[in-house]
Design a protein around this ligand. Structure first.
Ligand SMILES: [Zn+2]
Length: 153
């Protein structure tokens, strides 16, 4: 029997999308990174909260990689638990590089989580793509990102 792998669509509000774009532009030419909390609903991952994470690499390395420390991860898990949400994934930016996972990203990714990558060109966010690592870690499946319009605001 073949094991079915689920690669869930990520649902973002337009405000959340704008917040990721702004974060990626604010840290340019360094990579930004953040954690996404939300709920899984009918095979979709509805993001409810974004947590901006300070990139812990030193200034040379920050341009091409991001690091989330165990402490930052555990604090995010705690916030998720308190809010009744799940830690569903991470986002980061690729300054002046394609919005596709690098080899470094693959080595440091875990199955299950959704990974969003913002492509930034000349300080402006131009792209946002979504990825999920295959269970055997051999590579990624691209996932869909749905944008929700804000209601009654
Ligand atoms: Zn990357």
């Amino acid at each position: 029997m073949t094991q079915i792998e689920t690669h869930s669509t990520v649902v973002l509000t337009s405000d959340q999308r704008a917040a990721i774009d702004r974060h990626a532009e604010a840290t340019y030419p360094d990579e930004c990174c953040g954690i996404m909390l939300g709920r899984q609903v009918d095979g979709q991952r509805v993001i409810e909260r974004l947590i901006e994470i300070a990139n812990e690499w030193d200034s040379e390395e920050r341009r091409r990689r991001f690091l989330i420390t165990d402490r930052q991860y555990m604090q995010a898990e705690k916030q998720a638990r308190q809010a009744g949400l799940d830690l569903l994934g991470f986002y980061h930016s690729h300054p002046d590089a394609p919005a596709r996972p690098s080899e470094f990203d693959r080595e440091h990714a875990w199955p299950f989580y959704s990974y969003l990558i913002a492509g930034v060109a000349d300080g402006k966010t131009v792209d946002l793509t979504g990825w999920q690592l295959r269970n055997d870690r051999s590579g990624y499946e691209e996932i869909e990102i749905q944008h929700l319009q804000e209601e009654n605001q």
